[in-house]
Design a protein around this ligand. Sequence first.
Ligand code: NAD
Length: 515
Amino acid sequence: MSITTVPSASSTATARAVLDAAFPSGLGAFVDGAVVTGSGADITLTSAATGEPFASYADPGKEGADALLASSVRGAAAWGKLNGFERAAILRNVGRVVEQHAEELAILESATTGKPIRDARAESAKVAEMFGYYAGWADKLTGQTIPVPGNWHTYTERVPWGVVVAITPWNAPLFTAGWNSAAPLAAGNSVIIKPSEFTPASTVRLAQLAHQAGLPDGVFNVATGLGQTVGSALTTDPRVGKVSFIGSVPTGRRVAVAAAGAGIPALLELGGKNANIVFADADLERAADGAISAIFSGAGQSCVAGSRLLVERTVHARFVELVADRAARLRVGDPLDASTEVGPIITPQQFATVTSLIEAGMNDGGRRVTSGNLPDSLAGSALAGGHWVMPTLLDGVTPSNRLETTEVFGPVVGADAFDTEEEAIARANNTNFGLAGAVWTSDVSRAHHVAREVKAGTFWINAYKTIHVAVPFGGFGDSGHGRSSGPGVLDEYTQTKAIWVPTRAAGSPFPSLSY
Ligand code: NAD
């Protein structure tokens, strides 16, 4: 049974109802086309909007990880036997089925994570698009013929890794599940997604729908559970060909080191501390709109969030006012209300981190220019116990402030003034991260110069936050390595095999050159 209209109950009851409707026998891992409840420690899910627990499920533990892997090895063998045209047809159907269930997925995502429903709707539509896009590549994975000296026909083939384990974070569980599964599936791998223990529901539902759309057993499994148990077991098992990881820098590094110890390569998409640079010649009204969506959409729980606002000094005071005015008008509230623009912080742990970093930013000299008070509609309601942080703008966040380099991952932007283009570029690059950034200016040459000089995998000119599955996305420096979208990602999920065939007198079968 699926829910396609938002039940009108309290947020906690809604989360419970939506979860029960999706998984009548309880939430668990998804293995061989079925939801399997675990036997390990209980994990409690808490409503971001009310702070109340609404469900729990059991970790699959090491035994569960073993069953997942055995299933995925069988899945990889079966899926790898299909040709690209057959895989393309099934993946296109996955896209169609996800599209048909987009509203149900959006409600499940919003109710169980606290993400505003309008964002969840946009993301579920994007997931359908991801499967459609990579379905288009599944039958176009060609090799090369390579001319070599002598009488040889030499060519390459693309070979899938086998089992790909994708670890995903809590801020965009459904989106990242599509982002890191459609491409490896198109390339002929089976995939195990290990969603965050805080937000597993939409990923399990996505896997169910993909199975229903025709993916054979074991091709798309989901390991609901903890990082240190099932996550760790999956990323260090020799049956795994490749790991992809989306999450924080410390965990990403730990996962990559552990995987490397087992000889498994890892693709890392990590955090960011992204600069949004505004010059005096920009269209300031548009730039202010851009600065708002850059940091406050998703309540700042976004790796590409524009969390540093660098403004040319001559317009700095005016621009800060424009942004603060807009921030004060943002609709903060019930995630399931279609008019809500900013929802709660998804986990209680992250709520504590965000509030303590706001304090740190102020202790380091940042001046708060937005109100921290909850609107009356929240303060006096059943939602008062949720993890709410009001859109926060601190001005005077200088290079020595902790907010200059620390990723907050919440609705908090630190602003400062600059005098020259060189200074703006140096400030933007004053971080070990290198994920994203933007410049707002009417000077075309300056725009391109700044875009070239700022260390970032994605950069926008007079825009912010658009990403698309067809365009390469990934980071420099601490933000990770490898790209997780665009056609190039198919190289990440295949290995190249070279095949040599002597044509006529190819020469000695034992050439003197050896390697
Ligand atoms: P996190 O690093 O705490 O957890 C990420 C995932 O790793 C979770 O599924 C977790 O269970 C798992 N994990 C933890 N320990 C593990 C272990 N030992 N072995 C295997 N898996 C383990 O990250 P988070 O708090 O869930 O997400 C927030 C972070 O994600 C932020 O830093 C954000 O910038 C980053 N992020 C990056 C991108 C990107 O594309 N670059 C996108 C979204 C989020």
